[in-house]
Write a protein that binds this ligand. Sequence first.
Ligand code: AVI
Length: 334
Amino acid sequence: MDGHGAASAAAHVDETRGEVDDGVVADALAGLCAARKTLPAKLFYDPEGCRLFGLITGLPEYYVTRTERALLETVAPEVAADVAQGAVLVEYGASDETKALLLLDATPRFSAYVPIDVAGPELTLLAARMAGSHPHLAVHPVTADFLAPLSLPDAVTARPRLGFFPGSTIGNLDPAAARAFLREVRETLGRGARFLVGADLRKDPARLVPAYDDAQGVTAAFNRNVLHRLNREAGADFEPDAFAHRAVWNDALGRIEMHLVSERAQEVRLGGRLIRFAAGETIHTENSYKHTVDGLQALAADAGWTGLRVWTDPDGLFSIHLFGESTQHQEPAP
Ligand code: AVI
């Protein structure tokens, strides 16, 4: 997972703090100057954040990744059995090819793979690995923020398309954004497409909260890394250790929230602004919505998708949904 987003590439040199990324400053100030302080979750995924997220996926408490992988091992051959000759697999947020390979290796009928991610250098490495291991498959990487409208490479637009959005990243979008994303994907993939989405399920908070507040403190380090990043890239002077990691289940909204809690009254400088924190005040850094199967089906239906199949693991922790696009072709009026 890369998240989705680098801030803008514009930078300037601050006399005392060195090079400052203006996009990161703007993203941070927009959230930190609000009445309830927030930071966009996309700021998590700098190289150190990606490294920490990689560690999270292997934590004993973080059942999400291993449960999805095990489920995908049974789902992939079933989905692949229905894939049309010459189909293209389009993966949204493809930081590596490991999950896609379960599908790509399940049938020889795929002709191409389109991994989409903001991290261009990672995509170049992915394409090189695939060229070595799967020389007969055309790989067309697309470096883009998958939440924004995008076009598929010309080489694949006429082929049958299967979209793929694993990892429960759909849960990091609020319901309105998830609907908009699902609609946008339907537009991009076009008529007759299918879309396979992995989504963590709502469950006992006693199971959920430790997944976001692990005993080794890796998720806490991942959360605090956003403050280190602002010090590195936005010339801020946060004391990250003066903020505590907090993960809470918000039952009314059906989501895990991550916060950074100011342990005392303090002031932080960022982008020429002074930001004051009261003791106990929080920065809301991430939401991870946990949908029910029906809830996710309803979101997708609102976005014009038809639910074709749903798989869950034996413990009911995780779900994989196959959606179909079934818009009738409208002949233009004479
Ligand atoms: C990337 N995303 C699906 C993760 C999640 O579970 O919401 C991000 C994460 N944040 C803390 N732990 C994992």
